[in-house]
Ligand binder design. Structure first.
Ligand SMILES: Cc1cc2nc3c(=O)[nH]c(=O)nc-3n(C[C@H](O)[C@H](O)[C@H](O)COP(=O)(O)OP(=O)(O)OC[C@H]3O[C@@H](n4cnc5c(N)ncnc54)[C@H](O)[C@@H]3O)c2cc1C
Length: 359
Protein backbone atom coordinates (compact mmCIF):
# COMPACT_ATOMS: atom_id res chain seq x y z
CA UNK A 1 0.00 0.00 0.00
CA UNK A 2 1.11 3.50 -0.70
CA UNK A 3 1.84 4.81 2.83
CA UNK A 4 0.44 8.27 1.99
CA UNK A 5 -2.92 6.90 0.81
CA UNK A 6 -5.63 9.34 1.87
CA UNK A 7 -9.32 8.92 2.61
CA UNK A 8 -12.12 10.63 4.48
CA UNK A 9 -12.52 7.48 6.54
CA UNK A 10 -10.36 4.39 7.00
CA UNK A 11 -12.23 1.31 8.15
CA UNK A 12 -10.05 -1.40 9.63
CA UNK A 13 -11.25 -4.96 9.09
CA UNK A 14 -13.53 -6.20 6.33
CA UNK A 15 -15.64 -8.45 8.52
CA UNK A 16 -19.43 -7.97 8.40
CA UNK A 17 -19.27 -4.86 10.60
CA UNK A 18 -16.41 -3.18 8.73
CA UNK A 19 -17.76 -3.88 5.26
CA UNK A 20 -21.24 -2.70 6.20
CA UNK A 21 -19.81 0.48 7.70
CA UNK A 22 -17.70 1.06 4.59
CA UNK A 23 -20.72 0.38 2.37
CA UNK A 24 -22.91 2.99 4.03
CA UNK A 25 -20.17 5.60 4.32
CA UNK A 26 -19.24 5.19 0.66
CA UNK A 27 -22.89 5.33 -0.30
CA UNK A 28 -23.16 8.61 1.61
CA UNK A 29 -20.45 10.01 -0.67
CA UNK A 30 -17.39 9.68 1.55
CA UNK A 31 -14.03 8.56 0.29
CA UNK A 32 -13.56 5.25 2.16
CA UNK A 33 -10.57 2.98 2.48
CA UNK A 34 -11.34 -0.52 3.80
CA UNK A 35 -8.27 -2.38 5.07
CA UNK A 36 -8.33 -6.13 5.61
CA UNK A 37 -5.39 -8.17 6.85
CA UNK A 38 -6.51 -11.43 5.22
CA UNK A 39 -7.54 -12.07 1.63
CA UNK A 40 -10.82 -13.29 0.11
CA UNK A 41 -12.11 -15.91 -0.23
CA UNK A 42 -11.20 -17.04 3.24
CA UNK A 43 -12.38 -19.60 5.71
CA UNK A 44 -13.84 -18.16 8.87
CA UNK A 45 -14.81 -19.63 12.23
CA UNK A 46 -18.48 -18.82 11.88
CA UNK A 47 -21.59 -20.76 10.93
CA UNK A 48 -23.13 -17.96 8.89
CA UNK A 49 -26.65 -18.78 9.92
CA UNK A 50 -28.54 -15.51 9.60
CA UNK A 51 -31.69 -14.40 11.40
CA UNK A 52 -34.49 -12.47 9.63
CA UNK A 53 -33.03 -9.27 11.08
CA UNK A 54 -29.71 -10.03 9.37
CA UNK A 55 -31.50 -10.97 6.16
CA UNK A 56 -33.18 -7.57 6.16
CA UNK A 57 -29.77 -5.90 6.45
CA UNK A 58 -28.42 -7.93 3.53
CA UNK A 59 -31.38 -7.01 1.37
CA UNK A 60 -30.95 -3.35 2.29
CA UNK A 61 -27.37 -3.58 1.03
CA UNK A 62 -28.49 -4.98 -2.27
CA UNK A 63 -27.24 -8.54 -1.70
CA UNK A 64 -29.02 -11.10 -3.88
CA UNK A 65 -30.44 -13.51 -1.28
CA UNK A 66 -32.20 -15.82 -3.72
CA UNK A 67 -31.72 -19.59 -3.57
CA UNK A 68 -30.27 -19.39 -7.09
CA UNK A 69 -27.51 -17.22 -5.65
CA UNK A 70 -26.53 -20.02 -3.27
CA UNK A 71 -28.53 -19.16 -0.15
CA UNK A 72 -30.49 -21.71 1.85
CA UNK A 73 -33.61 -20.46 3.60
CA UNK A 74 -34.86 -21.64 6.98
CA UNK A 75 -38.12 -21.16 8.84
CA UNK A 76 -36.94 -20.94 12.43
CA UNK A 77 -34.58 -22.01 15.15
CA UNK A 78 -34.10 -25.46 16.61
CA UNK A 79 -32.19 -25.47 19.88
CA UNK A 80 -31.07 -28.77 21.38
CA UNK A 81 -29.25 -28.89 24.71
CA UNK A 82 -29.41 -30.03 28.32
CA UNK A 83 -31.93 -32.74 27.40
CA UNK A 84 -34.27 -30.12 25.93
CA UNK A 85 -35.33 -29.48 22.37
CA UNK A 86 -36.92 -26.17 21.41
CA UNK A 87 -38.33 -25.23 18.03
CA UNK A 88 -39.19 -21.62 17.37
CA UNK A 89 -40.59 -20.35 14.10
CA UNK A 90 -39.35 -16.96 12.99
CA UNK A 91 -42.04 -14.40 13.80
CA UNK A 92 -44.27 -13.14 11.02
CA UNK A 93 -43.59 -9.42 11.03
CA UNK A 94 -44.40 -7.01 8.25
CA UNK A 95 -41.07 -5.19 8.60
CA UNK A 96 -38.78 -8.29 8.41
CA UNK A 97 -38.61 -11.22 6.04
CA UNK A 98 -40.22 -14.36 7.45
CA UNK A 99 -37.13 -16.50 6.84
CA UNK A 100 -33.52 -16.84 7.88
CA UNK A 101 -30.58 -17.75 5.67
CA UNK A 102 -27.56 -20.00 5.67
CA UNK A 103 -24.58 -20.09 3.37
CA UNK A 104 -21.06 -21.36 3.45
CA UNK A 105 -18.90 -19.41 5.81
CA UNK A 106 -16.26 -18.91 3.16
CA UNK A 107 -18.38 -16.49 1.18
CA UNK A 108 -20.53 -14.23 3.39
CA UNK A 109 -17.80 -11.77 4.34
CA UNK A 110 -16.55 -11.57 0.78
CA UNK A 111 -20.04 -10.74 -0.49
CA UNK A 112 -20.31 -7.86 1.95
CA UNK A 113 -16.82 -6.59 1.12
CA UNK A 114 -17.74 -6.64 -2.57
CA UNK A 115 -20.88 -4.64 -1.81
CA UNK A 116 -18.72 -2.03 -0.07
CA UNK A 117 -16.52 -1.90 -3.17
CA UNK A 118 -19.54 -1.59 -5.42
CA UNK A 119 -20.66 1.41 -3.36
CA UNK A 120 -17.28 3.04 -4.01
CA UNK A 121 -15.10 1.99 -1.06
CA UNK A 122 -11.54 1.06 -1.89
CA UNK A 123 -10.68 -2.37 -0.44
CA UNK A 124 -7.10 -3.34 0.25
CA UNK A 125 -6.68 -6.99 1.16
CA UNK A 126 -3.57 -8.42 2.80
CA UNK A 127 -3.13 -5.11 4.62
CA UNK A 128 -2.53 -5.28 8.36
CA UNK A 129 -3.04 -2.09 10.30
CA UNK A 130 -0.62 -1.70 13.17
CA UNK A 131 -1.80 1.66 14.51
CA UNK A 132 -2.78 5.20 13.59
CA UNK A 133 -0.18 7.83 12.65
CA UNK A 134 -1.41 10.40 15.12
CA UNK A 135 0.58 13.42 13.99
CA UNK A 136 -0.73 13.13 10.50
CA UNK A 137 -4.21 12.40 11.79
CA UNK A 138 -4.11 15.83 13.39
CA UNK A 139 -3.66 17.30 9.93
CA UNK A 140 -6.67 15.39 8.71
CA UNK A 141 -4.70 12.66 6.96
CA UNK A 142 -4.71 9.13 8.27
CA UNK A 143 -2.36 6.61 6.87
CA UNK A 144 -2.23 2.98 7.81
CA UNK A 145 1.12 1.75 8.94
CA UNK A 146 2.00 -1.27 6.98
CA UNK A 147 4.82 -3.52 8.05
CA UNK A 148 6.77 -4.52 5.02
CA UNK A 149 10.41 -5.34 4.68
CA UNK A 150 10.93 -2.66 2.07
CA UNK A 151 9.27 0.07 4.08
CA UNK A 152 11.14 -0.92 7.23
CA UNK A 153 14.41 -0.71 5.31
CA UNK A 154 13.55 2.76 3.99
CA UNK A 155 12.51 3.98 7.45
CA UNK A 156 15.58 2.74 9.27
CA UNK A 157 18.09 3.75 6.63
CA UNK A 158 16.38 7.12 6.27
CA UNK A 159 16.53 7.66 10.04
CA UNK A 160 20.27 7.08 10.07
CA UNK A 161 20.74 10.12 7.87
CA UNK A 162 18.84 12.45 10.23
CA UNK A 163 20.40 14.61 12.93
CA UNK A 164 19.99 13.16 16.46
CA UNK A 165 17.29 15.68 17.40
CA UNK A 166 15.34 15.28 14.17
CA UNK A 167 15.65 11.52 14.50
CA UNK A 168 14.22 11.72 18.02
CA UNK A 169 11.36 13.88 16.77
CA UNK A 170 10.70 11.41 13.94
CA UNK A 171 10.67 8.48 16.34
CA UNK A 172 8.59 10.04 19.09
CA UNK A 173 6.48 12.53 17.19
CA UNK A 174 5.90 15.96 18.67
CA UNK A 175 3.95 16.78 21.79
CA UNK A 176 1.10 17.99 19.58
CA UNK A 177 -0.81 14.74 19.22
CA UNK A 178 -4.46 13.90 19.05
CA UNK A 179 -5.96 14.50 22.48
CA UNK A 180 -8.32 11.95 24.00
CA UNK A 181 -9.08 13.61 27.33
CA UNK A 182 -12.39 15.31 26.65
CA UNK A 183 -12.32 17.83 29.51
CA UNK A 184 -8.87 19.37 29.94
CA UNK A 185 -7.26 19.61 33.35
CA UNK A 186 -8.37 22.73 35.18
CA UNK A 187 -5.83 23.69 37.89
CA UNK A 188 -8.51 25.72 39.67
CA UNK A 189 -10.89 22.79 39.88
CA UNK A 190 -9.15 19.45 39.58
CA UNK A 191 -7.53 17.55 42.45
CA UNK A 192 -3.83 17.82 41.67
CA UNK A 193 -0.72 16.32 43.19
CA UNK A 194 2.56 17.90 42.10
CA UNK A 195 2.93 21.20 40.24
CA UNK A 196 -0.39 22.89 39.52
CA UNK A 197 0.88 24.47 36.31
CA UNK A 198 3.69 24.14 33.78
CA UNK A 199 4.19 20.41 34.27
CA UNK A 200 5.85 18.58 31.38
CA UNK A 201 3.79 15.49 32.12
CA UNK A 202 0.25 15.31 33.42
CA UNK A 203 -1.19 11.96 34.43
CA UNK A 204 -4.97 11.87 34.86
CA UNK A 205 -6.63 8.92 36.52
CA UNK A 206 -10.33 8.16 36.41
CA UNK A 207 -10.69 6.06 39.52
CA UNK A 208 -13.07 4.38 41.92
CA UNK A 209 -12.05 3.93 45.56
CA UNK A 210 -13.70 0.52 45.77
CA UNK A 211 -12.21 -0.79 42.53
CA UNK A 212 -9.53 -3.41 43.28
CA UNK A 213 -7.68 -2.58 40.05
CA UNK A 214 -7.38 1.06 41.16
CA UNK A 215 -6.01 -0.27 44.44
CA UNK A 216 -3.49 -2.41 42.56
CA UNK A 217 -2.44 0.54 40.38
CA UNK A 218 -2.06 2.86 43.36
CA UNK A 219 1.49 1.79 44.38
CA UNK A 220 2.62 2.36 40.78
CA UNK A 221 1.04 5.82 40.75
CA UNK A 222 2.70 6.67 44.07
CA UNK A 223 6.00 5.33 42.72
CA UNK A 224 5.72 7.59 39.68
CA UNK A 225 4.96 10.62 41.81
CA UNK A 226 8.03 9.83 43.94
CA UNK A 227 10.32 9.33 40.95
CA UNK A 228 9.12 12.17 38.74
CA UNK A 229 9.05 15.21 40.98
CA UNK A 230 7.74 17.30 38.09
CA UNK A 231 4.79 14.98 37.36
CA UNK A 232 1.33 16.47 37.76
CA UNK A 233 -1.14 13.81 38.92
CA UNK A 234 -4.87 14.43 38.67
CA UNK A 235 -7.54 12.22 40.19
CA UNK A 236 -11.08 12.28 38.82
CA UNK A 237 -14.00 10.25 40.10
CA UNK A 238 -15.65 7.44 38.24
CA UNK A 239 -17.51 5.43 40.91
CA UNK A 240 -18.80 2.25 39.29
CA UNK A 241 -21.91 2.18 41.44
CA UNK A 242 -23.49 -0.83 39.77
CA UNK A 243 -20.71 -3.12 40.92
CA UNK A 244 -19.24 -1.23 43.90
CA UNK A 245 -21.91 -0.38 46.49
CA UNK A 246 -19.62 1.92 48.52
CA UNK A 247 -17.92 3.72 45.64
CA UNK A 248 -20.22 6.75 45.56
CA UNK A 249 -20.05 7.21 49.34
CA UNK A 250 -16.25 6.98 49.22
CA UNK A 251 -16.06 9.51 46.39
CA UNK A 252 -18.27 11.91 48.34
CA UNK A 253 -16.19 11.28 51.48
CA UNK A 254 -13.08 12.46 49.64
CA UNK A 255 -14.96 15.58 48.57
CA UNK A 256 -16.20 16.18 52.13
CA UNK A 257 -12.55 15.95 53.20
CA UNK A 258 -11.65 18.38 50.44
CA UNK A 259 -13.92 20.95 52.07
CA UNK A 260 -11.36 20.80 54.93
CA UNK A 261 -8.42 20.83 52.45
CA UNK A 262 -7.67 17.15 53.02
CA UNK A 263 -8.65 15.54 49.73
CA UNK A 264 -5.37 13.68 49.23
CA UNK A 265 -5.12 12.49 52.82
CA UNK A 266 -8.60 10.99 52.49
CA UNK A 267 -7.84 9.69 48.98
CA UNK A 268 -4.87 7.74 50.35
CA UNK A 269 -6.88 6.43 53.31
CA UNK A 270 -9.66 5.18 51.04
CA UNK A 271 -7.26 3.55 48.59
CA UNK A 272 -5.46 1.87 51.48
CA UNK A 273 -8.72 0.54 52.99
CA UNK A 274 -10.78 -0.49 49.98
CA UNK A 275 -12.51 -3.27 51.88
CA UNK A 276 -13.85 -0.96 54.63
CA UNK A 277 -15.82 1.90 53.13
CA UNK A 278 -19.01 2.23 55.16
CA UNK A 279 -20.10 5.59 56.57
CA UNK A 280 -18.71 4.57 59.94
CA UNK A 281 -15.37 3.64 58.36
CA UNK A 282 -14.96 6.91 56.45
CA UNK A 283 -15.86 8.98 59.52
CA UNK A 284 -13.16 7.02 61.35
CA UNK A 285 -10.66 7.92 58.62
CA UNK A 286 -11.72 11.57 58.88
CA UNK A 287 -10.93 11.42 62.60
CA UNK A 288 -7.58 9.75 62.06
CA UNK A 289 -6.42 12.44 59.62
CA UNK A 290 -7.47 15.15 62.05
CA UNK A 291 -10.63 16.47 60.42
CA UNK A 292 -13.55 18.07 62.22
CA UNK A 293 -15.72 14.94 62.16
CA UNK A 294 -18.97 16.74 62.97
CA UNK A 295 -18.56 18.95 59.95
CA UNK A 296 -17.33 16.02 57.85
CA UNK A 297 -20.38 13.91 58.79
CA UNK A 298 -22.77 16.80 58.14
CA UNK A 299 -21.18 17.45 54.73
CA UNK A 300 -21.42 13.77 53.93
CA UNK A 301 -25.13 13.75 54.85
CA UNK A 302 -25.73 16.84 52.71
CA UNK A 303 -23.89 15.20 49.78
CA UNK A 304 -21.77 18.31 49.31
CA UNK A 305 -19.47 16.51 46.88
CA UNK A 306 -22.14 14.78 44.80
CA UNK A 307 -22.30 17.45 42.12
CA UNK A 308 -18.59 17.48 41.63
CA UNK A 309 -18.44 13.69 41.44
CA UNK A 310 -21.19 13.82 38.80
CA UNK A 311 -19.19 16.38 36.82
CA UNK A 312 -16.22 14.02 36.77
CA UNK A 313 -18.45 11.16 35.68
CA UNK A 314 -19.80 13.32 32.83
CA UNK A 315 -16.27 14.17 31.74
CA UNK A 316 -15.45 10.44 31.74
CA UNK A 317 -18.50 9.79 29.57
CA UNK A 318 -17.38 12.43 27.11
CA UNK A 319 -14.03 10.67 26.82
CA UNK A 320 -15.83 7.30 26.47
CA UNK A 321 -14.25 6.08 29.69
CA UNK A 322 -16.34 3.37 31.29
CA UNK A 323 -13.84 1.38 33.36
CA UNK A 324 -11.40 2.09 36.13
CA UNK A 325 -8.64 2.85 36.42
CA UNK A 326 -8.33 4.70 33.11
CA UNK A 327 -5.26 6.86 32.69
CA UNK A 328 -4.47 9.72 30.33
CA UNK A 329 -0.90 10.89 29.88
CA UNK A 330 -0.66 14.41 28.52
CA UNK A 331 -4.23 14.09 27.34
CA UNK A 332 -3.70 10.82 25.49
CA UNK A 333 -5.38 7.67 26.69
CA UNK A 334 -2.99 5.09 28.07
CA UNK A 335 -3.67 1.49 27.11
CA UNK A 336 -0.69 -0.21 28.74
CA UNK A 337 -0.28 -2.19 31.93
CA UNK A 338 -0.77 -0.54 35.33
CA UNK A 339 2.58 -1.53 36.80
CA UNK A 340 5.31 0.91 37.64
CA UNK A 341 7.69 -0.16 34.86
CA UNK A 342 5.08 0.23 32.10
CA UNK A 343 3.76 3.54 33.43
CA UNK A 344 7.30 4.83 33.89
CA UNK A 345 8.15 4.11 30.29
CA UNK A 346 5.00 5.88 29.10
CA UNK A 347 5.73 8.90 31.28
CA UNK A 348 9.35 8.99 30.03
CA UNK A 349 8.15 8.99 26.43
CA UNK A 350 5.56 11.69 27.11
CA UNK A 351 8.22 13.77 28.82
CA UNK A 352 10.65 13.36 25.91
CA UNK A 353 7.91 14.38 23.50
CA UNK A 354 7.07 17.40 25.60
CA UNK A 355 10.73 18.45 25.78
CA UNK A 356 11.33 18.28 22.03
CA UNK A 357 7.94 19.85 21.35
CA UNK A 358 8.76 22.75 23.67
CA UNK A 359 12.06 23.59 21.93
C1 LIG B 1 -17.69 -20.41 16.05
C2 LIG B 1 -18.49 -19.21 15.68
C3 LIG B 1 -19.70 -19.40 15.02
C4 LIG B 1 -20.48 -18.30 14.69
N1 LIG B 1 -21.64 -18.50 14.03
C5 LIG B 1 -22.40 -17.45 13.65
C6 LIG B 1 -23.60 -17.62 12.93
O1 LIG B 1 -23.98 -18.72 12.58
N2 LIG B 1 -24.33 -16.53 12.62
C7 LIG B 1 -23.94 -15.27 12.97
O2 LIG B 1 -24.64 -14.31 12.65
N3 LIG B 1 -22.80 -15.08 13.67
C8 LIG B 1 -22.01 -16.11 14.02
N4 LIG B 1 -20.86 -15.92 14.71
C9 LIG B 1 -20.51 -14.54 15.10
C10 LIG B 1 -19.93 -13.76 13.92
O3 LIG B 1 -18.82 -14.47 13.42
C11 LIG B 1 -19.49 -12.40 14.39
O4 LIG B 1 -20.57 -11.77 15.07
C12 LIG B 1 -19.07 -11.52 13.26
O5 LIG B 1 -18.05 -12.13 12.52
C13 LIG B 1 -18.57 -10.19 13.80
O6 LIG B 1 -18.25 -9.38 12.72
P1 LIG B 1 -17.19 -8.21 12.85
O7 LIG B 1 -17.11 -7.57 11.50
O8 LIG B 1 -17.53 -7.35 14.01
O9 LIG B 1 -15.79 -8.92 13.23
P2 LIG B 1 -14.93 -10.02 12.41
O10 LIG B 1 -15.82 -10.92 11.60
O11 LIG B 1 -14.05 -10.65 13.42
O12 LIG B 1 -14.09 -9.13 11.44
C14 LIG B 1 -12.96 -8.41 11.82
C15 LIG B 1 -12.09 -8.30 10.58
O13 LIG B 1 -10.98 -7.45 10.86
C16 LIG B 1 -9.81 -8.01 10.30
N5 LIG B 1 -8.70 -7.46 11.09
C17 LIG B 1 -8.45 -7.69 12.40
N6 LIG B 1 -7.37 -6.98 12.79
C18 LIG B 1 -6.95 -6.31 11.70
C19 LIG B 1 -5.86 -5.41 11.47
N7 LIG B 1 -5.02 -5.08 12.44
N8 LIG B 1 -5.69 -4.89 10.23
C20 LIG B 1 -6.56 -5.21 9.24
N9 LIG B 1 -7.60 -6.07 9.41
C21 LIG B 1 -7.80 -6.60 10.63
C22 LIG B 1 -10.01 -9.51 10.45
O14 LIG B 1 -9.22 -10.25 9.50
C23 LIG B 1 -11.51 -9.65 10.14
O15 LIG B 1 -11.77 -9.84 8.77
C24 LIG B 1 -20.05 -17.00 15.03
C25 LIG B 1 -18.83 -16.82 15.69
C26 LIG B 1 -18.05 -17.90 16.00
C27 LIG B 1 -16.75 -17.68 16.70
Amino acid sequence: MNPTEEADVIVVGAGPAGSTTAFYLAQAGLDVLLLEKSAFPREKVCGDGLTPRAVKSLVAMGVDVSEEAGWLRNKGLRVIGGGMRLELDWPELGSWPGYGLVRTRASLDEQLARRAQAAGAKLLEGTTVTGPVLNEAKLGILSAVIISTGLTWVVFHGLEKLSPRTRLRALLGTSMSVTDLAVPVDPERDHIRGPKKDALVTLVEYGDFECPYCGQAEPAVRGLIREFGELRFVFRHLPLTEVHPHAQLAAEASEAADVQDAFWEMHDMLMDHQGALTTRDVVGYAASIGLDTDKFSADLRKHVGAYRVAEDVDSADLATVSGTPTFFINGIRYYGAFDLAALKEAVHTAKARAVIGAR
